[in-house]
Ligand binder design. Structure first.
Ligand code: TPP
Ligand code: MG
Length: 892
């Protein structure tokens, strides 16, 4: 019988053959050098190809450390002191979670993430992370959200966080304050800089942060911007945002960016890749995208074994074992590792003959070995020409022992019993007595202890404590009044769309002496959609390398101009990337002390709906800037159909506490809103973002009615009265955005054809009206003995004898949000339902928001209330050709 491929005899021959090839290769390495080795390997590959044998394309390297033992630099720190500091941090990070959960069961918190990442952080803190006082400008560090107990524990040793705050972990509302669960600049504005806990946002924000740093430098707005470090979970890399933008980082050669992926092989429920190897998978992805990849897989105890591995058997075994097994090894005794890992081959078993089981159990992983981590960080910061990712293998819950180390439940572990606490304490040598240990007290050595002195010295040498978030720089002088003047005056009736108006205003702002340089226009490949192409030429598109080609439209006036000092961030088709740039620009006041003013212009449908979580993160970060939803309005954006036509972004805007939303109709409204936005955000430095929708329907832009400004900003003002003023006050027609024109036409028809007098109100923001009214309501509830306040919406629409008919290009729930402050009846017309591809008049008829429907709704409501002759109803139905049996668009 022929020998099978796997028979022991064949395997032996194969190994023999392999050894011979390797010996030859070793010879060439020794005598011919790297280049010669490459040539030979390429020649072999070509030869194989001639026989039709293609090698599987692989972008990953063997499952060993990228930096070999002999290339490892000297470790400059004091290992023993650093180990002691780290042990204390491990203890305190665990203790604060355990204590919090004893006091308030279910309050939550995480022990195992930091436990796995402690070395990754501590090597950074002691040797790499630069504070804001460093000449580099300081680094920006995105800490893994679930590792925050460890970061607090360090700040506690640094004296920046009190014992009381630590005691109030996850109890922010306690008197005296506590600590938020995760990195939230909203909650701790002089500490945290970057919220990361919604998985995937940290990595993408970090990439765009690094690119924005370059932008600031290239445009001369900031000299030194530091480095960006993003600490990421291996499970987290499954989020599309985590890996979706990595090619930008290599394309832009961002060597100021370092990702550290904590590969503890576990996520919340279980293994990240039980049947595969997350490190190899990520290596392939990052290498493919052009990143410098450094793997830190094995700790120093493996070095002698690897040195003995002449025939590559050990490396092969390391490679074939899957993550599920590696996780299992972390909870098993040394005897199991001997039997299962080394037992695969007699030569491997022989290799560890002299090792005790305990020694085998203690063969550390690279991410827990400070010298290996140091080597990786050093190589990363010295690497030029592109970003670096460090893939560090660790054990989740490292040090927790029986309480969860490496176990599937470890992510959720928040409790430790007396025995477990004792063991933890002893393992890490924390000087807490047996009597006290059950309480899980936090421990702080004396101020002048070698540990605290060392820790402070490291931080002083590196430019101060991190994280530290800076406060506000000086306010900027507002733009000159001339910038806004033409918009307040209105234009002849050639017609303009609100988008055109906005773009014209932006172009003028870009020329303004005070704010011009600071403006950052951001577009996701939609500049032409919004008629912004003139800006390409005016201020240029940012590109670090300038323009290395002759643009195809070079002969034209508005050619596609890329420049190193270009101002526009043309992001390509990525709303997530664009908002990440927006956030970097809108928080530069805190990160870099520069008040850049981002204007992010996008399809309004692809804003809150698509990237809502990043908008939420912007709120957390106290970001400031203008979000401009273009091509807005379910019927104003004709033809595009149901996935483009937005009739709800203004509803979503209610859900963001930091968003001030406006749906302007006219040029002067836009001017007033943008002027006020600049004042509030960059002069008064309020932590809000403005959201403004603009549409592409052209129509005449009237001059601003006297005294309208205040109402525009509060959310509504009376635009026009027709008929007897007293009667008109009893019929209030509310219109927003482009639909205001429909309402104005209805007003004319009502007056001219049916003798109904009315007022038309422009509602620029139901959101603002409703927020103010709710504030007032709350105040009145809490101050029952004081003179009640009256909400602005009530002052405008509170008359019980007045009918209110409201129409907008958005959902009916908007007018209903101010229903309690409307005195009489309310008829709300809106665009609930999916959009359709058709022209504006057809769409407005379909949703029932055109002038005819506004007219009809008014007459029908007045007749129902007995305020006009009922006979008007059939007449109006006929005149206006209302199809009363048409199905509701929400049912279609
Ligand atoms: C967007 C999002 N989805 C889900 C979660 C809940 N969650 C928190 S941590 C976690 C597991 C994290 O695993 P990994 O990224 O590997 O980090 P580790 O704790 O293992 O370092 C999950 C699912 C979240 N925070 N954000
Ligand atoms: Mg993990």
């Amino acid at each position: 019988m022929a020998e099978t491929r796997n028979s022991p005899a064949t395997r032996e021959t194969d190994l023999q053959e392999e050894r011979e090839w390797i010996d030859s290769l070793d010879y060439v390495i020794k005598h011919g050098g790297e280049e010669r080795v490459r040539d030979l390997l390429r020649a072999l590959q070509r030869r194989a190809a001639e026989f039709g044998i293609s090698l599987p394309y692989t972008t990953h390297t063997p499952y060993v450390n990228t930096i070999s033992r002999q290339d490892q630099p000297r470790f400059p720190g004091q290992r023993e002191i650093e180990r002691r500091i780290k042990s204390i941090l491990r203890w305190n990070a665990m203790a604060m979670v355990v204590r919090a959960n004893r006091e308030e069961s279910g309050i939550g918190g995480h022990i195992s993430t930091y436990a796995s990442a402690a070395t990754l952080y501590e090597v950074g803190f002691n040797h790499f992370f630069r504070g804001k006082d460093d000449p580099s400008g300081g680094d920006q560090i995105y800490f893994q959200g679930h590792a925050s107990p460890g970061i607090y524990a360090r700040a506690f040793l640094e004296g920046r966080i009190s014992a009381e705050q630590i005691d109030n972990f996850r109890r922010e509302l306690r008197p005296g304050g506590g600590l938020p669960s995760y990195p939230h600049p909203r909650a701790l504005p002089d500490f945290w800089e970057f919220p990361t806990v919604s998985m995937g946002l940290g990595p993408i924000l970090a990439i765009y942060q690094a690119r924005f740093n370059r932008y600031l430098e290239d445009r001369g707005l900031r000299k030194n911007t530091g480095r960006v470090w993003a600490f990421v979970g291996d499970g987290e890399t499954d989020e599309p945002e985590s890996l979706g933008a990595i090619s930008l980082a290599s394309r832009e050669k961002l060597d100021n960016l370092i990702f550290v992926i904590n590969c503890n092989l576990q996520r919340l429920d279980g293994p990240v890749r039980g049947n595969g190897k997350i490190i190899q998978e990520l290596e392939a992805v990052f290498r493919g995208a052009g990143w410098n990849v450094i793997k830190v897989i094995w700790g120093d105890a493996w070095d002698p074994l690897l040195a003995k591995d002449q025939d590559g058997l050990l490396v092969r075994r390391m490679e074939e074992v899957v993550d599920g097994d590696y996780q299992n090894y972390s909870v098993k005794p040394g005897s199991h590792i001997r039997e299962h890992f080394f037992g695969a081959h007699p030569n491997l078993l022989a290799m560890v003959e002299g090792y005790t089981d305990e020694e085998l159990r203690k063969l550390r992983r690279g991410g827990h070995d400070p010298e290996k981590v140091f080597a990786a960080y050093k190589a990363a910061v010295e690497h030029r020409g592109g970003p670096t990712v460090i893939l560090a293998k660790t054990i989740k819950g490292y040090g927790l022992g029986e309480a969860g180390e490496g176990k599937n439940i470890t992510h959720q572990q928040k409790k430790m019993n007396l025995e477990e606490l004792r063991e933890f304490r002893s393992r890490f040598g924390i000087p807490i007595s047996d009597e006290e240990v059950g309480e899980a007290p936090v421990y702080k050595p004396a101020d002048d202890s070698p540990e605290l002195r060392y820790l402070r010295e490291c931080r002083m040498r590196l430019g101060g404590f991190v994280p530290t978030r800076n406060g506000d720089p000086e306010p900027i002088p507002p733009p000159k009044a001339e910038v806004f003047a033409e918009f307040l005056e209105g234009s002849d009736d050639r017609g303009a769309s609100t988008t055109m108006v906005f773009v014209r205003l932006l172009a003028k702002l870009l020329r303004d002496e005070s704010v011009g340089r600071l403006i950052v226009p951001i577009v996701p490949d939609e500049a032409r959609t919004f008629g912004m192409e003139a800006l390409f030429r005016q201020v240029g598109i940012y590109s670090h390398v300038g323009q290395r080609y002759e643009p195809v439209d070079r002969e034209t006036l508005l050619y596609y101009k890329e420049a190193t000092d270009g101002q526009i961030l043309e992001e390509g088709i990525t709303e997530a990337g664009s908002i990440s740039s927006f956030i970097a620009a809108g928080t530069a006041y805190a990160t870099h002390g520069v008040q850049t003013i981002p204007f992010f212009i996008f399809y309004s449908m692809f804003g809150f709906q698509r990237i809502g979580d990043l908008v939420w993160a912007a709120g957390d970060m106290r970001c400031r800037g203008f979000l401009v939803g273009g091509t807005a309005g379910r019927t104003t954006l004709a033809g595009e159909g149901l996935q483009h036509q937005d009739g709800h972004s203004h509803v979503l805007a209610y859900t963001y506490p930091h968003i001030v939303a406006y749906d302007p109709a006219f040029a002067y409204e836009i001017a007033v809103i943008v002027r006020d936005g600049i004042r509030r955000m960059y002069v008064d430095r309020e932590n809000v973002c403005f959201y403004m929708t603009v549409g592409n329907e052209p129509y005449p832009m009237p001059p601003m009615p006297a005294g309208a400004e205040d109402g525009i900003l509060r959310g509504t003002y009376r635009f026009r009265t027709m008929g007897n003023a007293g009667d008109a006050a009893k019929v209030k027609l509310l219109g927003s955005g482009a639909i205001l024109n429909e309402v104005l036409e209805a007003q004319r028809t009502l007056h001219e054809k049916y003798g109904v007098a009315s007022e038309v109100w422009s509602v620029t923001s139901y959101q603002q009206l409703s927020r103010e009214a709710l504030d007032v309501e709350r105040w009145n509830r809490l101050h029952p003995t004081e003179t009640p306040r009256v909400a602005y919406a009530q002052r405008c629409f509170g008359d019980p004898a007045a009918l209110v008919v409201a129409a907008s290009d958005y959902m009916k729930v908007l007018p209903h949000s101010i229903r309690p402050w409307i005195g009489g009846s309310l008829v709300a017309l809106g665009t609930d339902g999916f959009g359709r591809s058709d022209a504006r008049p057809a769409l407005r008829d379909y949703f029932g928001i055109d002038a005819r429907h506004v007219t009809w709704a008014t007459i029908e409501a007045l007749a129902r209330e007995g305020r006009v002759d009922r006979k008007l109803v059939p007449r109006a139905a006929k005149d206006l050709e209302i199809d009363r049996d048409r199905p509701d668009p929400t049912r279609l």
